[in-house]
Design a protein around this ligand. Structure first.
Ligand code: SF4
Ligand code: SF4
Length: 187
């Protein structure tokens, strides 16, 4: 009994020491720039940028391998922030600024092929083979990937209805702030 307990204790100490040494000497060094870039991205993992998720896009940005204009859900604000962080200029002329949207399935056009379900990375679509599908609007992160795979064009992106719960005060225009006369007392 004592021998078994002693053996287990020694094994625990040895394995613990080995794991501690491995964690210290084999740790993967994190790139701080990559982490900062990742924090600027929406984190929706939609894949519209052509990378598997936001982390992979951030890694490519940190290496200087890709353009700052690929994140569609982030819009102009994210492109500008990425460009500023990386010290590059970005062409914003072709970026379309859209409000929040969600996918909607037109009942009469759906043939129940299940392609959209397989494409959706956040499980926002409900349905079964040869039955009508529908989208859980609250779960949809507006990537638009299901729209591209639907063979009957049954999916459309529609704007999220503005309610008191999701309305935000619009950001002021920068030019407007700069041109506004300063308020002060006359001397
Ligand atoms: S747009 Fe389509 S694929 Fe993308 S999250 Fe919404 S339902 Fe899923
Ligand atoms: S891809 Fe289009 S037709 Fe196929 S299940 Fe989805 S909505 Fe229906």
């Amino acid at each position: 009994m004592l021998i078994a307990i002693s053996s287990l204790t020694v094994m625990g100490i040895v394995l613990g020491s080995l794991l501690g040494a491995a964690a210290r000497f084999l740790a993967v060094q994190e790139n701080p720039l990559e982490e900062e870039l990742k924090a600027m991205l929406p984190g929706s993992q939609c894949g519209q940028c052509g990378y598997v998720g936001c982390s992979q896009y951030a890694a490519a940005l940190a290496r200087g391998d890709t353009s700052v204009t690929l994140c569609a859900p982030g819009g102009k604000a994210v492109v500008e922030a990425l460009a500023k962080k990386l010290g590059v200029t970005a062409d914003l002329s072709e970026l379309e600024e859209k409000g929040p949207e969600y996918a909607f399935i037109i009942e009469g056009l759906c043939i129940g092929c299940t392609r959209c379900i397989r494409e959706c990375s956040v499980d926002a679509i409900l349905g079964a083979n040869k039955l009508m599908h529908s989208v859980i609007a609250e779960a949809c992160h507006s990537c638009g990937k299901c729209v591209k795979v639907c063979p009957t064009d049954a999916i459309v992106m529609v704007p999220v209805r503005v309610t008191l719960a999701n309305w935000h005060w619009p950001k002021p225009e920068v030019e407007h702030i700069q041109s506004k006369p300063k308020v002060g007392y006359a001397h």
